[in-house]
Design a protein around this ligand. Sequence first.
Ligand code: GLA
Ligand code: ZN
Length: 672
Amino acid sequence: MQRPFPATLLYGGDYNPEQWPTEVWHEDMRLMKLAHVNMVSINIFSWALLEPEPDHYHFEQLDGIMDLLAQNGIMADLATGTASPPTWMSHLYPSLLPVTREGVRMSHGSRQHYCPNSPDYRRKTAALLERLATRYAQHPALKMWHLNNEYGCHTGSCYCENCAQAFRVWLEARYHDLDTLNFAWGTNFWSQRYYAWEDILPPRISPAQNNPGQTLDYWRFMSDSLLACYRVEEDLLRTITPDVPLTTNLMVAFKPVDAFAWASHMDIVSFDMYPPITARPSETAFSHDLMRSIKGGQPHLVMEQSPSQVNWMPQNPHKRPGRMRLHSLQAVAHGADGVLFFQWRQSKAGAEMFHSAVVSHDSSEQTRIFQQAARVGAELRRLAPHVTGSRVQAQVALLMDWQNWWAVEYQPGPSSRLHYWQLLLSYYHALHDLNVAVDIVAPDSDLSGYRLVIAPLLHMLRPGVASNLEQFVARGGSLLTTFFSGIVDQNDHVILGGYPAELRALLGIHVEEFDPWTKEMTNSVQIAEGNMQGTYPATLWGELVHLEGAKALGVFSCDYYANHPALTVNRFGQGKAYYLATQGNDELIAALTNHLCTEAQVAPVLNSPTGVEITKRVHSDGSELYFLLNHTDQPQSVTLPAGCFTALLDDKAIEGQVEIAAVDAVILRKNP
Ligand code: GLA
Ligand code: ZN
């Protein structure tokens, strides 16, 4: 059963009152009301206080915090507190500490110093959580569970003996017998054959590159191991507090955790968002679209963003005025139903004392940061009744697959310059510039609701993926995929008989050879006619492509494959399948994306000047909300569709044209 999202826009942050005397807690309550905070995440790093010595639990301080929140009408996103075991635990159970690939056992003294396969860690987390959940099951402040914190952060993989043993169990469940495993890993290569399960190790440091099958399976196994830790907590909580929704804060662009596999175990998807100051608005938009999509479009939550600077980059500039507000409204614009901060009150000591917080070191409500946070809080409160219940609807899907990511970036591969995330972003940027709504979905998901599917670098074809794409195109969809796609199966074995293997008929091409370029090597794509006509620089990769039914729309302009196809299109059933055999520059990707959207009849939400992002959320009764976000430093104007609108942040009636101040947003409700 799905536990519902609290029916409002959530606003607040990580709250660590155990770092402060109780007088400060009362001041916090006063300030939280000023900032319109309605939810805080507590108890994230409190294990050492809850269990100061083995099996002796002290909940009195947490009782006080929970009671105070309830008295002040603030919801608790109560963390299970399992991300940082107490120091005594690593003395008592030394094998609980994680081990690096080089074989170095880590020490405690920071955080997240646990091996996900440590039976001691799992047993102690369950023992703590059983008490915690039982104690607060009926507490009026408890509104959401926050399991652990950023699973895999700092220790996305562990290579210890616990993990080696658990890996063997995981492999036996996957392959059943050693012959099947030996086949899957191709162990006749380099004399790697296994004759006993005990001989199998994690891909620890070794003289040359580790077996690719073993490495890929280790990525899968580690994501599953972290998920297994989550599931220990999930199972307990679903029994003890069946009505309280569960979340954990995922990290974006985080390779170790396959978010698609995790989503079904979360009631609410939440994630932590820390864009560098140089990030384009599309990068944060991409994170939101991914997080919304992994749970089928249900509202997600920004569990952490920084009110201003962070402390962990080489230099940590503060967020310029208005930017945090715009990020917060952008989150809602992309389907989030809440935005929280790390953290509420800036620490006085500890590794994060120079990380910004809503209440800074001068403890005042007069600061720029506090005032801006209070403004955002007031605005979210105002928007909540209009926004909750509405959803983003997309006709374009960008395909994303963690297993593909793990396989394609195996090193040494054909090129160390292949960065899957960046290649996905290069297509997303173009769609974002067009104000087209995008879902980010797995290649084996139901594509029937989309008109256009873009699948950059779909290197690994897991079972069913090729036929899923064929059905999508046959029924009239448009598909674009790119170089180095359709190369391996789920075992990371090359699919023989010519690239791109199972996509060959769909794309109507045969790729004879691929050619990963050095940084100095370039080429270009020449398109002789049509709306994409032009010559576009290309980087990274070239291919020797033969047509097998497809038509060449563009050709390479130089090198020995000059005049050979670079961009192709093939009619397949009712639809069309495109292939780009290189990485085009931004202009080519923009022209291609534009062409594909036009052809697939995918309309932008609205047209806008560069730097103005526009999204739409729609209610089940069809009523519409438009979010217009001006990311530029100049005022901008946008032409609205026919009809009367109400600007929800200031209640003004608007028709025809709307002005948006620099670094500002306008949110419009279309009047019936
Ligand atoms: C992560 C963690 C927080 C804090 C912030 C700092 O997201 O979850 O505990 O360390 O980073 O940016
Ligand atoms: Zn381990």
